[in-house]
Design a protein around this ligand. Structure first.
Ligand code: NAP
Ligand code: HSE
Length: 437
């Protein structure tokens, strides 16, 4: 085998180290499948003094000069695993301008500057592959972008953030504290450099925009749909969810309703019998309905060194054999003329879980149900556990009141909430989550 593909890997953190590890683990197998050898010409890092967990091939140059690496005429493919939208964007655009194919795991970059990046690739006649950008090791980009192209996708319901799913699972199953589990997720390499991206739902929302664009040809920005993270959740809500037969997950969803796309990323009560509800740890899951294929569920590791590197190396092999160069021009990622619009949040209809902290005195529940009733919100169940009549100071105790509603609209819930906020007997804030049966 004489052909050699010369690669610059930008970033040697969690994912970059995994890429080097896979390429070194069984180079003969990789070479057989790629039909070539990979020569890692450069590895680009920020801190040249940092101790690394992998040793590099003898000919590899480790540098902090990304510009030199991406413009070197002796580099064919640039792998971007730096992350973020500053240096990574400059480096990817410079690489594309220098006519290098690009493999990236960077959903933030593609969700924010996808058009600019894809246009730059088209202008230079090169390709971009990004399997690792959505759901880590799960081959969901290939599934939606290649294997399901004969389908009209009716809905996508998914867990797309490993860090927040790991946190929710550990809190629910082991009653661990949020901050303690987040620190572990960071140690395990699941979290973003800024873990707020994981906990506030931004990362899942960015991935949902990429999947939505692939599945529907519709460009949607993260700010156009409902997004809430897991950072306001308390263990109490998981326990109530459990009592009601549900589990709380950060659910990312796009659903086709006529010519509209219902989209949201929110902590959601999911009925315990569903596969999504039973998906724990850093595992991601995508449940997709296609008009031809029916219900399809793919699940697997959504974050971490080796699963993510697995997807990056597959993209690298796809570049080597020319598959990425065939599929990239076919992706409708920059095509927004599908006639679809994002459904206004107020029109979204589903059931809701509401948890109030209320004063334990007469008429409180009547006042709340009266307000909900005036918005035609019908209740499906109410939980108020018995509690002491007075707290330690002798004042009337505040108690949790949990309400499950029947199907209603986001608009009606918001209108009811505006009225509930005026009630002196209801403490603020209250918790609200949608329910997916
Ligand atoms: P990471 O561990 O923080 O590694 C980032 C690497 O980039 C580090 O080696 C860092 O250098 C280097 N770097 C940062 N800024 C740089 C700069 N200005 N110039 C040169 N090098 C720079 O990140 P990661 O977890 O591997 O994630 C990388 C990308 O993959 C991100 O886009 C992320 O969203 C995506 N991703 C990650 C996972 C995961 O599970 N971790 C899964 C899917 C996708 P130093 O080492 O010297 O600091
Ligand atoms: N921080 C991301 C997550 C990495 O936890 O899912 C994978 O994209």
């Amino acid at each position: 085998m004489s052909k050699t593909i010369r690669v610059a890997v930008l970033g040697l953190g969690t994912v970059g180290s995994g890429i080097i590890r896979i390429l070194q683990d069984d180079p003969e197998m990789i070479a057989r499948r790629a039909g070539c050898q990979f020569d890692i010409r450069y590895v680009v890092v920020r801190d040249l003094q940092k101790k690394r967990t992998v040793s590099l091939p003898s000919g590899t140059v480790m540098t902090s000069d990304w510009h030199q690496a991406v413009t070197d005429p002796n580099v064919d493919v640039v792998v971007e695993v730096i992350g973020g939208i500053t240096t990574a964007k400059d480096a990817v655009l410079a690489a594309l301008k220098a006519r290098k194919h690009v493999v990236t795991a960077n959903k933030a970059l593609l969700a924010t500057f996808g058009d600019e990046v894809f246009d730059a690739a088209k202008a230079s006649g090169v390709s971009i592959a990004f399997e690792a950008a959505v759901a880590g090791g799960i081959p969901i980009i290939a599934t939606v972008g290649n294997s399901l192209t004969g389908n009209r996708v009716e809905s996508i319901e998914a867990i797309l953030n490993g860090t927040s799913n790991f946190i929710l699972s550990e809190m629910a199953n082991k009653k661990r504290a949020y901050s303690d589990v987040l620190a572990e997720a960071q140690r395990l390499g699941y979290a973003e450099a800024d873990p707020a991206m994981d906990s506030d739902g931004t990362d899942a929302a960015q991935k949902l925009t990429l999947l939505t664009r692939l599945a529907y040809g519709k460009k949607v920005e993260v700010k156009e749909f409902l997004r809430q993270g897991i950072n306001t959740l308390e263990l109490a809500d998981m326990l109530y969810a459990d009592e009601l037969g549900y589990r709380v997950k950060l659910l990312a969803m796009t659903r086709l309703v006529g010519k509209q796309l219902e989209m949201h990323v929110e902590p959601t009560l999911i009925r315990r019998s569903r596969a999504i509800a039973r998906t724990d740890g850093a595992i991601n899951i995508v449940e997709l309905h296609g008009n031809a294929v029916g219900r399809l569920i793919v699940s697997g590791p959504g974050a971490g060194e080796m699963p993510t590197a697995s997807a990056v190396v597959a993209d690298l092999i796809d570049m080597a054999i020319g598959r990425a160069q065939l599929t990239f021009p076919r992706l409708e990622l920059w095509n927004s003329d599908s006639g679809l619009s994002v459904m206004p949040a107020e029109e979204i209809e589903r059931r809701y879980y509401l948890r109030f902290t209320v004063e334990d005195r007469p008429h409180v529940i009547a006042d709340i149900t009266d307000i909900l009733g005036r918005q035609e919100i019908s209740l499906s169940s109410v939980i108020q556990h018995e509690s002491p009549e007075r707290d330690a100071s002798g004042a009337s105790a505040a108690v949790p009141l949990v309400i499950m509603t029947h199907r209603t609209s986001e608009g009606r819930i918001r209108a009811a909430e505006a009225e509930l906020a005026k009630l002196g007997s209801v403490r603020r804030p209250h918790i609200r989550m949608p329910v997916a049966d």
